[in-house]
Design a protein around this ligand. Sequence first.
Ligand code: ZN
Ligand code: ZN
Length: 141
Amino acid sequence: MAEKTGKCMCGAISFTARGSLDRFNICACDMCRRITGSQFFSVWLNMSELDLSGADNIRTLQSSDWAERAFCGNCGSVLWYRPTDGAEGVGLSLGLFDDVTGLVGDNHWYTDKAICQTVTLPPAHTLTEAETEAQYNGGTD
Ligand SMILES: [Zn+2]
Ligand SMILES: [Zn+2]
C-alpha cells in the first residue's frame, strides 16, 4: 500500500493518503473546468484512507444532487470531488500531492471539452523549474 503526503497552497490543510495511489483521472466537464480553471486531475481513494490536518479550514459546496466539492477556506485550493450518497469514495485533487511520481493516467472524461483539445496552442516556450525561477526572479508564484 502506498502512502503520499500533500497540502493546499497555503498549507492550512495537509494530508497523508494511503491506498493503491497508482492511477489518476482527468475530468474536463464544465464544473471541473470552472472550479479548477482547467481540468480536474484526481486520485480516487476512500475517505478512511485519508488522514487530514487542518480540517476546520475545509469548506464544502453541494455542487449537484449527488456530489460535493471541497476547497480550502483560506487559499481556495480545490481539495476534492465526493459523492454525497454515503459511499466512501473521494476524488482527491492530484495537484495537492507533494510527489506524483509513479502515477499513471486512467480515465479521461469529457475529452471533447478538454482545454488543450479545444484551443490552438502556440509553439511552447518550455522552461524547467530552475529556468522559470531564473527568468522571473524567483518564480511565478
Ligand atoms: Zn489553503
Ligand atoms: Zn468533472
